[in-house]
Write a protein that binds this ligand. Sequence first.
Ligand code: HEC
Length: 144
Amino acid sequence: MTPRTLHTLAVAVLALAASAACRTGPASQPGDPMLDAIRAKERGGDLTYRESQGQHLFLRYCATCHGDEGRGDGQNASNLEPPPPDLTGPKSPQDVTYLTSVITQGSAAVGRSPLSPPWGRSLTHQQIEYLVVYCQSLGRKKPA
Ligand code: HEC
């Protein structure tokens, strides 16, 4: 064995040892209060992972009409008749089938005006599911 091969071998062994150490490292243990706090902050407070994914999408695609917090006060709301409803509070729609239809096919599909656009061709099923759970979570907020 040449010194060069030995060197390569040593590097390989070290790399293996390092990756094994990473897998068992304590940093990824669940239940660490500090980590939990950081994750909760990233998720936007009391939102689950799926809800917070929905929040990102909502801010990008829906907030212009529905408002950043879903209270029906987006910058475009005053141009709309009927206006976007307040999605917070106990009257917030919770039914998965209803929400999925409104978001996928637009509000016309549930017998309302065509003002809430259909997203079924531009967003994935996964993204629409995230939006549905985020809309449901708005029901936990106090209404405007
Ligand atoms: C162009 C403005 C606009 C955009 C963008 C928009 N909406 Fe709407 N949305 C409305 C309006 C206006 C209504 C009320 C329609 C009606 O009552 O006829 C509505 C209604 C709804 C409703 C029904 C609420 C209820 O009480 O039944 C839901 C749910 C909804 N939108 C979700 C969304 C989501 C999620 C998005 C983003 C993916 C979105 N909307 C994007 C304007 C918009």
